[in-house]
Write a protein that binds this ligand. Structure first.
Ligand code: ADP
Length: 228
C-alpha cells in the first residue's frame, strides 16, 4: 500500500535527507522508523502524506502516485491517511469533541454520522467522559489520545505518526502504544517514527532504520539497535 522507488529528497539548502529510499509496506503492517536525530525519519514520513515532495523517484500510497499528485488533490489523499504528531496539534479553542468532529466536517460527512463516529472513536481511546473539555484541560497523554482519535475518525487505511510518545512519560507512552496496537489489530497500517527503544524492543514489529538519508536496516520483528 506504500511503495517508494529510488526516492531522493534534497532540501533547498542542499541537504540530501533521502538518498535512494526503496521500501514496500503492505496493508495491515506495523512499521517502526528508527535512527539518530537528523537521519531523515521525518522526511521519510512527511513524503508519505505529501507534506514534502521527493526531488526524484516515485511514491505510491493507496494506489496514488504522490510525485505526480496535484496540490489541489492533496486533501483527497489525506482522507485515507491519519497523521499523529509529537506535539498533538489540537485546535486550542475547540473542545475534544469539536476537534475530532472537525476532521469529518471538512470532508463533508453527513451530520447524522458525525456524532456517532466521534463518540465511537472517543470510546476507543477511553475519553468519552471528556468530550466537552478543551485541550488545555487535559494531560499530555489525554491530548495524544484525542489526536489519535482524530487521526482515525474517518477510518483511514494508514496512520502515520512522527514520535507520538516523544513528549510523554513512560507509563503514558505505553497507554498510547496500546491504542496504536488496537488500531493496527483492526487492520489499519501503522508507520511510526520513534526514539523509544523500550517500546520497539518489547512490542515487536518491522523496523526500518535510517542513517544519513539511507535505509541501513529493514527487519521484520527487529530491535531498536543503537547504543544509547
Ligand atoms: P529526523 O526526523 O531523523 O531527525 P529529518 O528528516 O527531520 O531527520 O532531517 C533530515 C535532514 O534534513 C537533517 O539534516 C535536517 O537538518 C534536514 N532538513 C529537514 N527538514 C529540512 C528543511 N525543511 N529544510 C532544510 N533542511 C531540512
Amino acid at each position: 500500500m506504500i511503495e517508494m522507488q529510488e526516492v531522493y529528497k534534497q532540501y533547498p539548502n542542499g541537504i540530501m535527507a533521502a538518498n535512494g529510499f526503496n521500501i514496500h509496506i503492505k496493508q495491515g503492517e506495523f512499521v517502526y522508523v528508527v535512527g539518530p536525530s537528523g537521519a531523515g525519519k521525518s522526511t521519510f514520513i512527511k513524503m508519505m502524506y505529501r507534506e514534502e515532495k521527493p526531488t526524484k523517484g516515485s511514491i505510491m500510497v493507496n494506489g496514488i502516485d504522490l510525485a505526480k499528485l496535484k496540490r489541489s488533490r492533496v486533501p483527497y489523499l489525506r482522507r485515507n491517511i491519519g497523521v499523529v504528531f509529537q506535539d498533538f496539534k489540537l485546535l486550542p479553542s475547540l473542545t475534544v469533541y469539536e476537534n475530532i468532529a472537525f476532521a469529518l466536517e471538512v470532508i463533508e460527512e453527513q451530520p447524522k454520522n458525525i456524532k456517532k463516529r466521534v463518540m465511537e472513536v472517543l470510546d476507543l481511546v477511553g475519553l468519552k467522559h471528556k468530550a466537552r473539555m478543551l485541550p488545555n484541560e487535559l494531560s499530555g497523554g489525554e491530548q495524544q489520545r484525542v489526536s489519535l482519535a482524530r487521526s482515525i475518525v474517518n477510518t483511514p487505511k494508514v496512520v502515520i505518526a512522527d514520535e507520538p510518545t516523544g513528549n510523554l512519560d513512560p507509563e503514558t507512552s505505553w497507554e498510547i502504544m496500546n491504542i496504536f496496537e488496537e488500531i493496527n489489530t483492526r487492520g489499519t497500517t501503522v508507520v511510526m517514527a520513534t526514539h523509544n527503544r523500550e517500546i520497539v524492543n518489547t512490542i515487536k514489529h518491522r523496523v526500518i532504520a535510517i542513517e544519513n538519508g539511507r535505509i541501513v536496516r529493514d527487519e521484520l520483528r527487529g530491535d531498536y539497535g543503537y547504543e544509547s
